[in-house]
Design a protein around this ligand. Structure first.
Ligand code: UT7
Length: 339
């Protein structure tokens, strides 16, 4: 029986599998130069991004990418879709307000009538979702949970010169992990943190109506349903937040920075990641960067890095991994695992 009762025993939780899904269309900085006034040099120097994937709106959506990533993660874990008893998707770009992406994924993968819901934490969606799912397993109610991060954010980007400060940053993707109950109680979350500051929303938001424009941003009907970002304000927030978040998570776990094997970070700007590396003396092997190939993929960003590390054999059982993200909301959060 799963998803119905609480087990009296304390259980461990392991990350048993991972998978990712990328749209086929690869858009280089050179391709963007043909759409807007920008340059490869500007984008690489300011962000570290060289190319990104952009989904085909006519043929695919967030749920398609998420279902593909979930199927791969389940196979990687050596499980069957019918073993899954809960699906949680971190996303801020569901294909429609309802059904949730998670409901579509659960059905598509053939998991049956299992629990399924989305978590909207913007770029923190996956981190918030994995923290939630961990505790649902740890509490004894679920055994095998798919946790995905999936976003098709480019539909909210303006690929003309007017939107160049935002459009060059983003890409579309999905990635997923399977969490599985383990008899080894040392495995699972060592510490976590989840934060928000709605007062900072004015620096990064998608207006749906005239009323959604804060007083510091002039109303422009052409900007409805497009990302507004004060890049420098978000940059400052991100650099400060990253350091404090790492410190807070280490303090909660009682670990030192060099006792964590991998810092799996949200990829939003190479310079932001570099400042965290410098601050904590982390080698490139311990803070992996793949923004050059995918840009900022919002909720998919963190599990995409994890899947890459796992597939290349760099992440191994017994290691400690800290997932870290920050984003619109504003939101920021961490999840420190004993694998
Ligand atoms: O997960 C979401 C979180 N978001 C982020 O983490 C983003 C954080 N912010 C950033 O990464 C940086 O602020 C950006 C990469 C967005 C911008 O870099 P910046 O060094 O802060 O540049 P800026 O906004 O100060 O703009 C500098 C110049 C401006 O021109 P002027 O006013 O100096 O003449 C911009 O108009 O660069 C211009 N510019 C561009 N030029 C070429 C802005 N976007 C572009 C572009 N290509 N795409």
């Amino acid at each position: 029986m799963s998803g119905r009762g609480r087990s009296p025993v304390c259980v461990g939780v392991e990350i048993a599998g991972s998978g990712s899904s990328l749209p086929a269309r690869r858009v280089t900085n050179g391709d963007l130069v043909a759409m807007m006034d920008t340059s490869d040099e500007w984008i690489v120097q300011r962000t570290g991004i060289r190319e990104r994937r952009i989904y085909d709106r006519e043929k695919e959506g967030t749920a398609d990418l998420a279902a593909d990533a979930a199927r791969k993660a389940i196979a990687d874990a050596g499980l069957l879709p019918t073993d899954i008893d809960l699906v949680v998707v971190g996303t801020m770009t569901p294909d429609s307000p309802t059904p949730s992406v998670a409901c579509v994924v659960a059905d598509r993968i053939g998991a049956g009538k299992v629990g399924a819901f989305d978590v909207n934490g913007a770029c923190c969606g996956f981190v918030f979702a994995i923290n939630t799912a961990h505790d649902l397993i740890n509490g004894g109610a679920y055994r095998n949970v798919v946790v995905a991060g999936a976003d098709t954010i480019t539909r909210f980007c303006d690929f003309s010169t007017a939107g160049r400060n935002v459009a060059v940053l983003f890409g579309d993707a999905a990635a997923a992990v399977v969490l599985r109950v383990s008899s080894d109680t040392s495995r699972g979350l060592l510490a976590q943190a989840m934060h928000s500051d709605g007062g900072g929303a004015k620096n990064l938001f998608v207006p749906g109506r005239k009323q959604d424009f804060p007083s510091n941003v002039e109303y422009d009907p052409k900007r409805i349903n497009q990302i507004y970002m004060d890049g420098q304000a978000v940059f400052k927030f991100a650099v400060g937040t990253f350091s404090k978040l790492i410190e807070q998570t280490l303090e909660r776990s009682g670990l030192k920075a060099d006792e964590v094997d991998h810092y799996v970070c949200h990829q939003s700007n190479y310079r932001i990641l570099d400042s965290a590396r410098e601050r904590f003396g982390l080698s490139p092997e311990r803070l992996h960067v793949n923004i050059d190939r995918y840009g900022n993929t919002v909720g998919a960003s963190v599990p995409l890095v994890f899947d890459e590390l796992r597939k290349s054999g760099r992440v191994q059982p017994g290691q400690k991994v800290m997932f870290l993200a920050f984003g619109a909301g504003l939101t920021w959060g961490s999840s420190l695992w004993q694998l």
